[in-house]
Write a protein that binds this ligand. Structure first.
Ligand code: ADP
Ligand code: MG
Length: 569
């Protein structure tokens, strides 16, 4: 540990020299009220910015234990402080100060969700923030004076105004923490309530736009209301009594005319696996944490997945118990997505007609008459959805405007009309008995097997060029893993690029430590989950990275399954 004056001296000494001389400032400095840790200095002004941390001892930061002692609160606090730190960077830091990223001071950017992340970590001893600085240069010449301005002028203001309890808005912080806590508790109670999701009265489901996850502006929103028959009341520790629509376990259809808000409802449900920030409108839209959006994804690779519950009798006798392809069709990809999700313990499938393969969803009476069962490899989902629930306890919520045949297999039917839900379960049952569907069920006597698969570490190769490990995250939905590109576009519940960064790191972690040629993919993911629960996301890297956000193992497994080189034993 060095005194901060040492840092000032070094900056004075290297001022005007080549950029590489910045390496000299790597180290730990005592700033009195906090420690500044310069972990990694960037190679040049255009490279990824340098990685720094500050650690404020709790004796000075002064966060009361009730802001961080439970897991739920600790995560909400870290999220809140990350947001405040980012705001203060924008407020106190001048930014652009030379070439490339010179002058940038920034921290990870949380969106509408509250995720476990490594940007700010709080415990009983410290509040630690991990952030990025573009060390300033003119061309490639070090601007030592400007660097000192950032580290001795701007940064202390950011730290003081974001990591010290007495300086941040107390009510807002507690509101954030309590809201997150309520959401966790409600999510934890869904199972005993017999529900797969809950949507509070007054929720705002529509978003600003397809590329903007913030709520639709107030004047244009129809606020959510529950039909009386599905209305459920719950008591939350902070919010008190809350009423809303509870969707029971089983098979639920969301029907209704085009543009009446069906997909908007399903989209809100699929993100109910996460906590949302106060003001988002989805703070009390809460879903089974093991819910997964299923869609068709033609072109994806599939490696030895048993899709036989859905696809059989392929032309020329090709078997489907260990089905592999480099270019799946719409229906086979949707079948594989379901089987992989079941393998990893999914409990709720969310399916939207907008993104499904029609021939996977339904085969009507006339088509059954024309094309014999023996000549149709696909057993449509309608014949399997009931077995999924009765045999495996897996529920489904299905958006479907186009086929009333599903009335026969649905337990609950919700109709969206002018953006509001109505319970039409009884009416749908009446219609189903009045107009009997002539189609014949083709699902057989049971759902069939869900096989566990054992991934082989040797097939996961992170090497590229001269580097043994070269893994880059390209935006939210792509990982360049070694030389192969993993496309995560179909994992719709991925919301934050820092989750993608963590997924890449978890794949490496699994490959290096857990894939032993015996453990199944789901056993491997259970082990990582346990280790992260116990020791935090920092087990993924020794480098104190500030840009990990926690993904679900369903998305990690989804990424592994989409690796084009993956080999299964
Ligand atoms: P569907 O899937 O039934 O065709 P969508 O869910 O795509 O309909 O909704 C159609 C449009 O209506 C979208 O632009 C959406 O933002 C808007 N919308 C949905 N729900 C609401 C609501 N509660 N209030 C205001 N606008 C809404
Ligand atoms: Mg739709």
């Amino acid at each position: 540990m060095l005194g901060k004056e040492r840092l000032r001296e070094i900056l004075r000494r290297i001022d005007g020299r080549g950029y590489k001389a910045y390496k000299d400032i790597e180290g730990h400095y005592d700033f009195g009220d906090y420690l500044l840790l310069i972990d990694h200095v960037q190679g040049d002004p255009f490279a990824a910015p340098s990685r720094l941390r500050v650690k404020v001892p709790q004796r000075i930061a002064g966060f009361p234990p009730d802001t961080y002692t439970t897991r739920s609160r600790r995560i909400a606090l870290g999220d809140f402080l990350t947001r405040v730190f980012g705001e203060k960077c924008r407020l106190y830091c001048r930014g652009g100060r030379g070439t490339g990223k010179s002058g940038l001071v920034d921290i990870d950017h949380p969106g509408q969700q509250i995720l476990e992340r490594t940007s700010v970590v709080v415990n009983e001893s410290w509040v630690e923030a991990r952030f990025f600085v573009g060390l300033p240069a003119a061309g490639r010449r070090i601007l030592g004076r400007e660097a000192a301005e950032i580290l001795f002028g701007e940064l202390p203001q950011v730290v003081t105004n974001s990591l010290i309890f007495s300086r941040i808005p107390r009510e807002e912080l507690y509101n954030h923490i309590r809201s997150a806590e309520d959401q966790d508790i409600l999510r934890g109670r869904l199972d005993e309530l017999g529900l797969v999701c809950f949507i509070a009265e007054g929720s705002i489901l529509p978003r600003a736009s397809g590329v903007d996850d913030r709520p639709l502006s107030k004047g244009r929103v129809v606020y959510f209301r529950s039909p009386p028959s599905l209305s459920v009341e719950v008591e939350l520790p902070n919010r008190g009594r809350v009423r809303g629509m509870g969707i029971p376990k089983g098979v639920t259809l969301i029907v209704g005319g085009g543009y009446h808000g069906k997909s908007t409802l399903l989209n809100a449900i699929q993100l109910g696996i996460y906590n949302h920030i106060p003001g988002d409108g989805r703070e009390l839209v809460v879903t089974d944490p093991q819910a997964i959006k299923i869609r068709a994804e033609d072109g994806r690779r599939v490696e030895k997945v048993d899709i036989s519950p859905f696809i059989n009798n392929l032309p020329f006798g090709k078997r489907t118990e260990h089905f592999s392809t480099d270019d799946a069709s719409g229906s086979t990809s949707q079948a594989a997505n379901i089987m992989e999700a079941l393998e990893l313990g999914a409990r709720l499938l969310l399916i939207d007609e907008d993104t499904s393969a029609t021939n996977f969803m339904i085969r009507d009476h006339r088509m059954q008459e024309l094309v014999a069962k023996e000549k149709e490899p696909i057993t449509p989902f309608i014949d399997k959805v009931g077995q999924l629930f009765s045999e495996r306890g897996v529920s489904t919520i299905l958006v479907l405007g186009g086929s009333g045949d599903y009335f026969d297999v649905a337990h609950t039917v919700v109709m969206m009309e002018d953006y509001l839900p109505q319970d039409v379960s009884e009416k749908a049952k009446e219609i189903a008995s009045k107009y009997r569907a002539e189609r014949k069920p083709e699902g057989g006597t049971s759902f069939g097997q869900v096989a566990q698969r054992v991934p082989l570490a040797g097939s996961i190769n992170p090497a590229r060029g001269k580097r043994e490990v070269k893994v880059d995250v390209k935006g939210l939905r792509h990982i360049l893993f070694g030389r192969s590109l993993i496309d995560l576009s179909s994992l719709e519940q991925l919301v934050d690029q820092s989750q993608t960064v963590a997924i890449a790191a978890i794949i490496l972690y699994c490959r290096n430590r857990l894939m032993d040629g015996k453990r199944s993919l789901s056993q491997i993911l259970d082990l990582v989950e346990e280790e992260i629960d116990e020791k935090g996301l920092d087990i993924l890297s020794p480098r104190h990275l500030g840009n990990f956000a926690r993904p679900r193992m369903l998305e990690v497994g989804g990424a592994i399954n989409r690796l084009r080189s993956l080999a299964i034993k």
